[in-house]
Design a protein around this ligand. Structure first.
Ligand SMILES: Nc1nc2c(c(=O)[nH]1)N[C@H]1C(S)=C(S)[C@@H](COP(=O)(O)OP(=O)(O)OC[C@H]3O[C@@H](n4cnc5c(N)ncnc54)[C@H](O)[C@@H]3O)O[C@H]1N2
Ligand code: MOO
Length: 463
C-alpha cells in the first residue's frame, strides 16, 4: 500500500498553483522582452503620429481650393519638411508619412493629379493640376490618431509577443519591468540511465531521454535552466544533487524517475526528510506516482524551492510536465492565466477506456471539414466527393478539430508524444469511446504547426 493518498489532477493543479507566487520584477532591455510578462503598465509618453501625417504620396492642399492648376511651393518628405506654409491657391508635394505643412488641410493622391509644364513662368517653377476636389482632412492621420499621449498601451500581466515588442519600441519603452524568469534545475535519476552520447549501450543501460526533454520544455517556457546531470539510485548522490539545486538558487527542481514503489525509489523519502510532500500519487494515466514537494531553505532566508518528482517513464514525464509543471512555471513568470487551454475535438478512432484512471491521450489535432483520410471516422463519415460538393456551398461551416491518436499509448513509448499538439481528456470508465465522439483536448503545442488537411485550409468566400 502506498502511503500517499491518490488525488485528482484538478486537485493536484490547485495545490501546486496555490503554493506558487509570481516572482518579483527585474528590468530587461527591449531585445530581451519577448515572452516575458510585464510587471507594470506601459503608457505612451507622446502621441503617434506626433504630427498630422500624410496617408498618401501626393499633394498637400487647401481643400476649399477645389480642382485647378496650382504652383507647387515646396515639399514635405518623410523626415524632412520645407519651411513653407501652404496658402490658398498653392500646394506642396508630400510623401506618405510626411508631416502635412501648416495651412494645408487635405492631401490629394498623386493618381488624382497631373504634372503641368511651366508656360513662361519662373525657371524651374513646378505646377500641378488637381483633378479631384479634396474634403477637409482627407488622407491625413491627425496627431495621436494611432496612439494618444498618456494611453495605456500594455498592461501589467500581459505576455510580450512579437506585436507587443513593436508597440514597446514605438512608445520608446526600451527598459522594461518584467517578472523574473524562473530558474529551473533538471535532474535524471537511475542506475540504468546514461548520457545520450553513450554508444554502444552497456548491459541494462538506457539513454537519458528525460533530462534533454525537460530542459527543452523548461527553456521553451522561458525558464533559465540548470542541468544537474544524472544521479545514481543512492541516497548520498540524490542528496548532493538536491544541495546543488539549492546552491544554484533554483526556484524549481524537476527530477525524473525513482518515485514509484521500488526499493530503490528514493526520491519521495528524501523529500519527506528535507521538505513537505503535498501529494505523491495522482489519478492520471500516465503519471500516477507524480510527486510535489516544497522545501523551505533556512540558510537562504527561508525562501521556497518547489520540487516536482516526475515518473521515470518518458511519456509520464512529458505529460506531467505539461499538466502540472508548466502552469506553475507560467505563474512564477507572472502569467495571470497559467492553465492549459482547451478546445473540443472529434475522435478519429475508438479509444478503450481505463476503468481506474482518466487518460491523457496524446493526439494531433487537425482542423478540417472531414476526418483525415484512412482513419476509422473517415470510413463512416460519407464519401469525400459528397463532402467536397457540400463544402463548396457552405464555406467554413462544418469545420472542426479532428483528433488523430499518436498510436500505442504505453508510457515508455516517447514516439506517442511525437507531433502531439494536444492531450485528449479521456474519462475514466469501462468500455470504448467510439470514433466520432467529441472530447476536450488540452493544447500543448503551437496550433500553427498542425498538419494541413487534404485540399488545404479554406478561407472565407470572397478571397
Ligand atoms: N509496484 C508498482 N510498480 C509501479 C507502479 C505502481 O503503482 N506499483 N507504478 C508504475 C508507474 S504508473 C510508473 S509511471 C512507474 C514510475 O516509476 P519511477 O518514477 O520510479 O521510475 P523508474 O522506475 O525510475 O523508471 C521507470 C521507467 O522509465 C525509465 N526511465 C527512467 N528515467 C529515464 C530517463 N531519464 N530517460 C529515459 N527513460 C527513463 C526506466 O528505465 C524505467 O523503464 O512505475 C511503475 N511501477
Ligand atoms: O502512470 Mo505510469 O505513468 O502509467 O506509466
Amino acid at each position: 500500500m502506498s502511503a500517499y493518498k491518490m488525488i485528482s489532477i484538478p486537485e493536484a493543479q490547485d495545490i501546486v498553483l496555490s503554493l506558487t507566487q509570481p516572482l518579483g520584477a527585474v528590468t530587461v532591455g527591449l531585445a530581451d522582452a519577448l515572452g516575458r510578462v510585464l510587471a507594470e503598465d506601459v503608457k505612451a509618453p507622446d502621441s503617434l503620429p506626433p504630427f498630422p501625417a500624410s496617408i498618401k504620396d501626393g499633394y498637400a492642399v487647401v481643400a476649399s481650393d477645389g480642382v485647378g492648376e496650382f504652383p507647387v511651393i515646396g515639399e514635405s518628405r518623410a523626415g524632412r519638411l520645407d519651411d513653407l506654409p501652404v496658402r490658398p491657391g498653392t500646394v506642396a508635394y508630400i510623401t506618405t508619412g510626411a508631416p502635412v505643412p501648416p495651412g494645408a488641410d487635405a492631401v490629394v493622391q498623386v493618381e488624382d493629379t497631373e504634372a503641368v509644364q511651366p508656360a513662361g513662368g519662373a525657371a524651374g517653377e513646378r505646377r500641378v493640376r488637381i483633378n479631384k476636389a479634396a474634403k477637409p482632412g482627407q488622407d491625413i492621420r491627425p496627431v495621436g490618431s494611432d496612439i494618444t499621449e498618456g494611453d495605456l498601451v500594455l498592461r501589467a500581466g500581459e505576455v510580450v509577443g512579437v506585436a507587443e515588442v513593436g508597440i514597446l519600441a514605438t512608445v520608446g519603452a526600451v527598459q522594461l519591468a518584467v517578472h523574473a524568469a524562473p530558474k529551473v534545475a533538471v535532474l535524471s535519476t537511475g542506475d540504468e540511465v546514461v548520457d545520450p552520447a553513450t554508444r554502444p549501450l552497456g548491459q541494462g543501460q538506457i539513454r537519458d531521454a528525460n533530462r534533454a526533454m525537460l530542459l527543452a520544455a523548461a527553456a521553451r517556457a522561458g525558464a533559465q535552466v540548470v542541468d544537474l546531470g544524472v544521479a545514481r539510485d543512492a541516497v548520498g548522490q540524490l542528496e548532493g544533487c538536491l544541495a546543488a539545486a539549492i546552491e544554484q538558487r533554483a526556484d524549481v527542481l524537476i527530477t525524473s524517475g525513482g518515485v514509484s514503489m521500488g526499493d530503490r525509489d528514493l526520491v519521495k523519502p528524501l523529500l519527506e526528510r528535507q521538505g513537505t510532500i503535498h501529494f505523491g500519487r495522482v489519478r492520471m494515466k500516465p503519471g500516477k506516482p507524480l510527486t510535489f514537494a516544497t522545501l523551505s531553505i533556512a540558510e537562504q532566508g527561508g525562501r521556497q524551492m518547489m520540487v516536482f518528482g516526475l515518473p521515470g517513464n518518458p511519456v509520464s514525464s512529458f505529460v506531467c510536465f505539461n499538466l502540472v509543471v508548466l502552469p506553475a512555471l507560467r505563474k512564477l513568470a507572472g502569467w495571470q492565466r497559467p492553465e492549459l487551454r482547451r478546445v473540443a475535438a472529434c475522435l478519429t478512432s475508438d479509444i478503450r477506456l481505463d476503468p481506474e484512471r482518466p487518460e491523457y491521450h496524446r493526439a494531433t489535432l487537425v482542423w478540417s471539414c472531414e476526418p483525415p483520410p484512412g482513419t476509422a471516422a473517415a470510413a463512416t463519415h460519407g464519401s469525400s466527393q459528397e463532402a467536397a460538393a457540400v463544402e463548396g456551398e457552405k464555406g467554413l461551416a462544418g469545420f472542426q478539430f479532428w483528433a488523430v491518436s499518436t498510436g500505442n499509448q504505453i508510457s515508455s513509448r516517447l514516439l506517442s508524444a511525437r507531433s502531439a499538439n494536444a492531450l485528449l481528456e479521456i474519462p475514466c470508465d469501462s468500455g470504448v469511446l467510439r470514433a466520432g465522439s467529441v472530447v476536450s483536448a488540452l493544447l500543448i503545442d503551437d496550433l500553427g504547426l498542425m498538419p494541413v488537411p487534404e485540399g488545404g485550409v479554406p478561407m472565407t468566400p470572397g478571397f
